[in-house]
Design a protein around this ligand. Structure first.
Ligand code: NAD
Length: 477
């Protein structure tokens, strides 16, 4: 397949005004931390410092929780749902209006291609606020009793892979149900959450309903452990999820955990191969593979293995890697050096254990954090790259002969977040989906999200659901 040359098409960054430093957003205002430090947020594509950001200490987290409690009691919980809905609709509209600015900021801070932040992240962020705004005055009809009450103050901790989208997944349902929140964004991607704080001001959201405390793991732990937090919502790694489950065990706190995954993307011999290849590429290379539900284990029926692999390699050779702000870029930067080291380590282990890596020829930029899209063949279920979440653009390819073998291999993982099935037969898709232990199963597609659809895991992928009517449950008493 010819590789077309494209002229550079960089998105302008002039629409985003980044301040040199940011405080914490507590009680409706940006304030300096009282007992915390300062950290830097870096553009992963260039390693340039974008801004200095406050690192909240326990006293700051305490101030944020107090602000949230006060706003809960004074204004947000007593407010009728139809009034709360107006604020959420207003926030949704402002996000839609400012979506280009937010998309550029997200790509700068996270490294994801502008094509994705513009066409996937931001439309979904606005859609989540619109969707949950619609629920705010209908909670009595959601199946949780005629007059369900909010839980109180929600402490929310999110990861760096979809910074603003994970914020929307957390804040929109919490607010719709009448809770107030203290949210901690990930340490490498705090900037869009701070911009969201400005949007809360622009929307005249009552002070204290949303509080944003930036910082690293210790700040997250302070949020989770604060005695006046009623509900903990966490998205991140299974390892930290375990620590949080331990921290809240024995307390009255409610908790939902959205953790890691190692999804099987299963291709049967009757699948439309070209479409399946698109789905495989989308499944593992979307967002550089920094996706909890990424299709990181490809299970191919042996009879179509050669054809599919040749087609996949041809398609991978057309992927464009580089400047996240270039509108032609398919694969952007790895979010941090730490994450790049983890991807490299696991890939080296894959090679040492006998699997064969392949990447298309591609030039990686000199500065910044980059990893070429890679597939490993000759992978067995015992290999670490088939068992552990790599959270990068690395696909492990395995084969199967019978449907039973496909199901057994797909379920042979401690995780259970998502799966994909590619087949021409609807009956086969339904029969296989029924046997997969995965929260989301996509059929002849992958990585499709909708605010009305619940999302969440089985086994070590966590518990509780976000999205849809189900997503209200964690925020109602
Ligand atoms: P991480 O667990 O290292 O960090 C997530 C967040 O938790 C960050 O904000 C971090 O500062 C904070 N944190 C770290 N230690 C903490 C502690 N002891 N107490 C409280 N908070 C703490 O995960 P990550 O590397 O940022 O994100 C990648 C992981 O997130 C992957 O495993 C991925 O699968 C998962 N993820 C899951 C979903 C889902 O919906 N299931 C969605 C996106 C990402």
């Amino acid at each position: 397949m010819p590789r077309f040359e494209y002229a550079p098409a960089p998105e302008s960054t002039t629409i985003v005004d980044i301040q040199p430093s940011y405080g914490l957003f507590i009680g409706g205002e940006f304030v300096e931390p009282t007992d915390g430090g300062v950290m830097k947020s870096v553009n992963p594509a260039s390693e340039e410092v974008l801004a200095e950001v406050a690192e909240a200490g326990p006293a700051d987290v305490d101030a944020a929780v107090r602000a949230a409690r006060s706003a809960y009691q004074r204004v947000w919980e007593p407010m009728p749902g139809r009034e709360r809905a107006k604020y959420l609709f207003r926030i949704a509209r402002i996000i839609a209006e400012r979506s280009r600015e937010l998309a550029v900021l997200e790509s700068l801070d996270n490294g994801k291609p502008i094509r994705e932040s513009r066409d996937a992240d931001l439309p979904l962020v606005a859609a989540h606020f619109f969707y949950y705004a619609g629920w705010a005055d209908k909670l009595g009809h959601a199946g949780f009793g005629s007059d369900p009450r909010p839980v109180g103050v929600a402490g929310q901790v999110i990861p760096w892979n979809f910074p603003l989208l994970m914020l929307a997944w957390k804040i929109a349902p919490a607010l719709a149900c009448g809770n107030t929140v203290v949210l901690k964004p990930a340490e490498t991607t705090p900037l869009s959450a701070l911009r969201f704080a400005e949007i809360c001001q622009q929307a005249d959201l009552p002070p204290g309903v949303v509080n944003i405390v930036t910082g690293a793991g210790s700040t997250g732990a302070a949020v989770v452990e604060h005695p006046d937090v009623d509900k903990v919502a966490f998205t991140g790694s299974t390892e930290v999820g375990r620590q949080i489950a331990r921290a809240v065990a024995g307390t009255r706190k409610r908790v939902t955990l959205e953790l890691g995954g190692k999804a099987a993307n299963i291709v049967f011999e009757d699948a439309p191969i070209d479409q399946a290849v698109e789905g495989i590429v989308n499944g593992i290379f979307f967002n550089q593979g920094h996706v909890c539900c990424a299709g990181s284990r490809l299970l191919v029926q042996e009879s179509v293995y050669d054809e599919l692999l040749a087609s996949l390699k041809r398609r991978m050779a057309t992927l464009r890697i580089g400047d996240p702000l270039d509108k032609n870029t398919d694969i952007g930067a790895i979010n941090s050096r730490v994450q790049l080291d983890r991807i490299r380590t696991l890939s080296e282990i894959g090679e040492q254990e006998g699997a064969q890596p392949w990447s298309p020829p591609c030039e990686l930029p000199e500065r910044g954090f980059w990893f070429a899209p890679t597939i490993f063949t000759g992978v067995t279920q015992a290999h670490r790259i088939a068992r552990e979440e790599i959270f990068g653009p690395v696909l492990s390819v395995l084969t199967f002969r019978t449907p039973d073998e496909a199901v057994a291999k797909a379920n042979n993982t401690p995780y259970g977040l998502s799966a994909g099935i590619w087949s021409d037969k609807g009956s086969r898709i339904l029969a296989i989906a029924d046997r997969l232990r995965a929260g989301v199963v996509w059929a002849n597609t992958f990585n499709k999200f909708d605010p009305a659809a619940p999302f969440g895991g089985y086994k070590e992928s966590g518990y509780g659901r976000e999205g849809g009517r189900h997503g209200l449950e964690g925020y109602l008493a």
